[in-house]
Design a protein around this ligand. Structure first.
Ligand SMILES: *Cc1c(COP(=O)(O)O)cnc(C)c1O
Length: 450
């Protein structure tokens, strides 16, 4: 370690409180100090390179230092960096809204911006509730979610989620949500298909809606993959059944595509694979290519119209964030959408998906691997103590963290979710880099399960 980076590390420890981190861990596992980044590679102050296998927390899609996105941000910077979006507007936010409406499922027509994923969830929840208030359905005050779901960290978004590790301690502060068992196919019985399991689990959702629909504002789900819950995946038909039930019972459907949107599951939006459109679709993370904080909630004209009235009718949605619709973020998002359109990304990603499938075949019979699962550009390997019974390792042993440490020593940035090792890289990764990545992960897993 050179003098400069050891100095930075000390100063970091003295003043920076890192997110989602037990700070005491950093005594033993120092942070990776990133000096620069290009494509899928991060470089530290010693000139060592690390493959960013998790897209810097699922945000980056076209690589770090992407020339096209950099250029778009620079150009916008010379015009206007930021201006408030109440009573003012700007070209990037107008063009971005048009483009999003164009590519989103059919009845989504209006874009409400915020500046991070959790805030988008708050917007969708408040808008749904407020829609029913404006429509005279005053009893609709509750939300239905899935077990093991994740929707962010602010109080409302945390209420909507169900990962105990993040939620439990704050329980006394949270909204009282109704939780239906997840269709996550990891939990299916031997011999049962993912589809059969999804149908079986939907019965519980249907019962909840039948019983509680008069007090339910919306059902909120992560379409197809519950990412923070351990990259758990489920059959698209669940979403089809859910859409029908929401229509039948008069309940909104909120699709949280913050992680799965923009091609992660193999289609631009995960909802497309079920052929459905939600009433609210939340986007963030890859929206700006992974450069700048920005989020958006798309909704229907039907929802929009319920707020449209004379001011004195007191029906407006009076929600805002200071950096709502930031112009630099919108410029980065437009450049990102240009790349999607012009480079046929969804189609060419299929080769990478096949390479991940081929490379991870090696784990199929591993005694400590319970499951290898894949949807589009997300591939996950679930480690267990005993494959025969799916008995997990005691969480205190932090096996996943051992894989992470091994990866860092060998030029790969991984960040397992508990004992689920996963790959969710930028789409500019090459087949050779996939092979290198999986090889390091394999050796890391051997090291961790010993
Ligand atoms: C990351 C994430 C969020 C929260 O987004 P932030 O920008 O981190 O607040 C919400 N929902 C899902 C599915 C996510 O993965």
């Amino acid at each position: 370690m050179n003098l400069h980076s050891s100095d930075l590390r000390q100063r970091d420890l003295a003043s920076v409180w890192h997110p989602c981190t037990q700070m005491k861990d950093l005594e033993r596992f120092p942070v990776l100090l990133v000096k620069s980044a290009k494509g899928v590679w991060l470089e530290d102050f010693e000139g060592k390179h690390y493959l960013d296998a998790i897209s810097s927390w699922w945000v980056n899609v076209f690589g770090h230092g992407n020339e096209r996105i950099n250029q778009a941000i620079r150009q916008q910077l010379d015009l206007v960096g930021h201006v408030l979006l109440a009573g003012c507007s700007h070209e990037p936010v107008i063009r971005l809204s048009e483009r999003l409406v164009e590519i989103a499922p059919e009845p989504l027509q209006k874009c409400f911006f915020a500046d991070n994923g959790s805030s988008a969830i708050e917007v969708a929840m408040k808008m749904s509730f407020h829609y029913w208030q404006n429509s005279g359905k005053r009893k609709k005050t509750r939300f239905v979610n899935l077990s093991n779901s994740y929707h962010g960290e602010t109080i409302g978004a945390l209420s909507a989620g169900d990962v105990p590790l993040f939620k439990q301690v704050y329980e006394p502060l949270l909204l009282d949500t109704i939780t239906a068992p997840s269709p996550d196919s990891y939990n299916r019985e031997p011999g049962e298909s993912a589809l059969e399991f999804a149908r079986r689990m939907f019965v519980y959702m249907d019962e909840i809606l039948q019983k509680h629909h008069e007090e339910v504002s919306a059902v909120i789900v992560e379409p197809l993959v519950q990412c923070a819950g351990g990259m758990r995946m489920y059959d698209p038909e669940y979403l089809g059944m859910l859409r029908k039930a929401c229509d039948l019972y008069g309940v909104h459907l909120i699709a949280d595509e913050i992680a799965v949107g923009f091609g992660r599951t193999g289609s631009m939006f995960a909802c497309e694979q079920a052929g459905i459109a939600p009433d609210f679709m939340c986007l963030s993370k890859a929206l700006t290519g992974g450069y700048l904080p920005l989020s958006v909630v798309l909704t229907t004209d039907q929802v929009y119209d319920a707020f449209y009235a004379e001011y004195t009718g007191m029906k407006a949605f009076l929600h805002s964030h200071s950096y709502t619709g930031n112009a630099l973020g919108c410029a980065a998002a437009l450049a990102t959408l240009d790349i999607f359109r012009e480079e046929n990304v969804i189609e060419s990603n299929k080769n990478l998906t096949v390479e991940f499938a081929r490379q991870t075949e090696r784990f199929a019979d591993h005694p400590n691997v319970a499951d290898v699962r894949q949807r589009g550009m997300i591939t996950a390997i679930e480690l267990v103590r005993d494959r025969a019974t799916n008995e997990p390792f005691p969480w205190q042993e932090r096996r996943g963290l051992r894989v992470q440490r091994y990866g860092l020593e060998h030029g790969v940035l991984l960040r397992p979710l508990g004992d689920v090792v996963y790959f969710m890289p930028p789409y500019v990764i090459t087949p050779e880099e996939i092979r290198m990545l999986v090889e390091v992960a394999e050796r890391g897993i051997e090291h961790a399960v010993r």
